[in-house]
Design a protein around this ligand. Structure first.
Ligand SMILES: [Zn+2]
Length: 40
């Protein structure tokens, strides 16, 4: 079961901005749903 969870996270698509669809780089502290451009 644990292996399946690891595979699940490995296969997750990159986060995308909910506004423009731009790929968002992982931020270790913030969980953003918008890219920096749309957040401002
Ligand atoms: Zn955006």
């Amino acid at each position: 079961m644990i292996e399946n969870v690891v595979e699940f996270f490995k296969n997750l698509p990159p986060k995308q901005c909910v506004t423009c669809g731009e790929t968002i780089e992982e931020q270790h502290e913030c969980y953003q749903t918008k890219c920096p451009t749309c957040s401002e």
